[in-house]
Design a protein around this ligand. Structure first.
Ligand code: ADP
Length: 303
């Protein structure tokens, strides 16, 4: 689906943003691009999307080499979700905004595409709303729907979880995890990446490591070199490990931690049911609106 070979890029002012980037993403794969600020994550996404030329090395999208003459064609296979949805949203209603891309490209069945995209992004109910009045999290979804409407083969996303409150963040994580699309996601949110992707590529101008998110949190030297902080939940399990609880694999996200903790406790000879539930606290809520909260509950013991 996507391949880069010895890709490099230098900005006009002489800043070396990327060097020696060789990577491959297969169809259906979800891959995180992680690294500290200034690592070149956005630059790499921009290069792949054909926004910046010339570069050294090679970018191949669905078998076509990216250059000035192929850029328009290659871009049709790609959907780019910018970090700030306000850079991407400009039509007066959500449905018009989502329809803009397919209309602009003269694609068929714009209506069908829009309803599919709104559904995939979980915002069908917002079709007639003004996008600029929506919450930041919902704007992100509008931006995602706008790219999905063009049915891209590869979704490029720049920091999708940044700026979101915890609830919108976990909802977006769930959405991306369940979405059936090939994705390359630039992020420094390791916990979110652990929930969404199959594999991570660590980058700091040059490539540093490639592997699962669990491999990454175990690679202390890599984390240091990439200026990345191990997520708190992984730290906690490091402590458990040093206390003598044998931890099979170091969890990176809360879901992984709950699964791992269940195993640890069961090995201790107890039986545990751990569920993550969504509660609806509408009844008895003095406010008119409903709210949902995710929590770990029912840590009941059985003999
Ligand atoms: P990241 O997305 O990982 O934070 P960027 O791709 O934004 O990293 O930046 C990579 C490097 O390129 C940084 O050193 C940054 O300062 C530099 N850079 C980014 N944009 C420009 C630009 N327009 N002109 C010059 N240097 C830039």
């Amino acid at each position: 689906m996507l391949e880069t070979k010895d890709l490099g890029f230098v900005y006009d002012d002489g800043t070396v943003a990327l060097e020696g980037i060789t990577l491959a993403i297969d169809e259906g794969e979800k891959v995180a691009l992680v690294g500290p600020n200034g690592a070149g994550k956005s630059t790499l996404l921009h290069l792949i999307a054909g926004f910046r030329m010339p570069f050294t090395g090679k970018v191949m999208v669905s078998g076509t080499a990216l250059d000035r003459s192929s850029a328009d064609r290659v871009r049709r296979d790609l959907g780019f979700v910018f970090q700030d949805p306000d850079d991407q949203i400009f039509m007066p209603t959500v449905e018009e905004d989502v329809a803009f891309g397919p209309r602009n490209l003269n694609l068929d069945d714009v209506e069908g595409r829009v309803s599919m995209a709104l559904k995939s992004a979980g915002i069908e109910h917002l079709a007639k709303r003004r996008p600029h009045r929506l919450s930041y999290g919902m704007k992100k979804r509008v931006a995602i729907a706008g790219t999905l409407a063009m049915d891209p083969k590869l979704l490029l996303m720049d920091e999708p979880t940044s700026g979101l409150d915890p609830r919108s963040r976990s909802e977006l994580i769930r959405l991306l995890r369940n979405m059936d699309k090939t994705m390359l996601i630039a992020t420094h949110d390791l916990e979110a990446a652990a929930e969404i992707v199959d594999r991570a590529i660590v980058l700091n101008v040059a490539p540093i490591m490639e592997g699962s998110m669990r491999d990454l949190v175990l690679a202390k030297a890599v984390l240091e070199k990439a200026g990345l902080e191990i997520p708190p939940v992984s730290k906690l399990f490091n402590v458990l490990d040093s206390m003598g609880y044998q931890v099979g694999a170091l969890p990176v996200s809360m879901d992984q931690a709950v699964a791992e903790l269940t195993k640890v406790i069961e090995r201790e000879g107890r039986h545990v049911h751990a569920h993550i539930h969504e509660h609806d606290h509408a009844q008895g809520d003095s406010h008119a609106h409903k709210h949902k909260r995710a929590s770990v509950e029912d840590l009941s013991e059985e003999d």
